[in-house]
Write a protein that binds this ligand. Structure first.
Ligand code: F6P
Length: 344
């Protein structure tokens, strides 16, 4: 058994609901072991700059229900900075960190996997509202985003029906359609479009027309930001982050414009964007984050470095960091079939 004194925790990539609950659980369990927890601010950026804050349970006790991250986050990729990885290894030594918990999606955990190979004692915790990490059945943040999106789509449905309008609702999720599919199913969307299945604009137009002809003048279409047309490549905003991801968004507007232009039906577009990433976590995410935080500390205690905690069915498990970032977990075909089965 290892007796560590100081462990670091960082949050990288886009924030999501449940990050603070992980930090709280980590500090709670670490203090029970007599360890000191050091919060690293702004993800990998904080390790490049040795920007840290000591955390006691008193600092994090009330955070289980708070959205965002008190540790702050960034999309910094140390492998894109001059001497980045070397600086991190040196700073970890200078800060006296015996081990680190990296909480992030595939980018953050990918960096963690590489730094583990350079000798750092790292364990990972999977987070992302996109739910697109392989090797875990759920990431925390996903359930909260789905619930926010569902609530907003329910609201949009009432105004769509009052005005006999078509509403196109764009949600985040990048290359994976989990958020769109779950929110679409839960809110009773008339049609849900996901990146896993490029769509034909003609099919959307005839679907909306068909509804109108049957007297159904309000139509709600949920579209994932990463959805693509069969005839066109995805719409991006031309901006790329340090991990090479383009900034998405725009497909909803495109779709809304085309529907209105071709059908002349009154159409509106709502881009939910970051509104479904912010806000407080659902009970499901609070529980999952807490379980993940405790399990991550246990991995350190057992000396299981280079591993990530994961959820397999209903049980907490561990997988290698390398395996966890090997591929994007796209929407499975059964869920895709459900979106189609309830489309009307
Ligand atoms: O990775 C999570 C995510 O919310 C994606 O769904 C979305 O494409 C992206 O982050 C947006 O990132 P940013 O907050 O940098 O605009």
């Amino acid at each position: 058994m290892l007796t560590f004194l100081r462990i670091g925790i960082l949050n990288g990539g886009g924030d999501c609901a449940g990050l603070n609950a992980v930090t709280r659980a980590v500090v709670k369990r670490a203090e029970e072991f007599g360890w000191q927890v050091v919060g690293i601010r702004y993800g990998w950026e904080g390790l490049l700059n040795a920007d840290t804050v000591n955390l006691s349970f008193h600092d994090v006790a009330g955070l289980v229900n708070q959205g965002g991250t008190v540790l702050k986050s960034s999309r910094t990729n140390p492998f894109k900075r001059p001497n980045g990885p070397q600086t991190i290894v040196e700073n970890v030594k200078k800060l006296g960190l015996d081990a680190m918990i990296c909480v992030g999606g595939d980018d953050t955990l990918g960096v963690a996997a590489q730094l583990y190979k350079r000798g750092l004692n790292i364990v990972g915790v999977p987070k992302t509202m996109d739910n697109d990490l392989s090797s875990t059945d759920y990431t925390f943040g996903f359930d909260s985003s789905v619930n926010e999106a569902t609530h907003m789509i329910d609201n949009l449905r009432t105004t769509a029906e009052s005005h006999d309008r078509v509403f196109v609702v764009e949600v985040m999720g990048r290359e994976a359609g989990w958020v769109a599919a779950y929110a679409g199913i839960a809110s009773g969307a008339n049609m849900t479009i996901v990146p896993e299945e490029p769509f034909d604009i003609e099919d959307v137009i005839s679907f909306v027309r068909g509804r109108h002809e049957k007297g159904e003048k309000a139509t709600v279409i949920v579209v994932s930001e990463g959805a693509t047309l069969k005839s066109l490549k995805g719409i991006d905003q031309g901006k790329v982050d340090e991990f090479g991801h383009v900034r998405l968004g725009g497909i909803g507007q495109y779709l809304g414009d085309e529907i209105e232009k071709r059908t002349k039906y009154d159409t509106r577009v709502a881009i939910l964007g970051h509104t479904i990433r912010g806000g407080s976590p659902t009970a499901f995410d609070r529980v999952l984050s807490t379980r993940f935080g405790l399990a991550a500390v246990q991995l350190i205690k057992d000396g299981n470095f280079g591993m990530m905690v994961s959820l397999r069915g209903t049980k907490i498990a561990a997988v290698t960091l390398e395996e966890s970032t090997s591929k994007t977990r796209t929407l499975d075909s059964e869920i895709l079939d459900v979106t189609k089965a309830v489309s009307y």
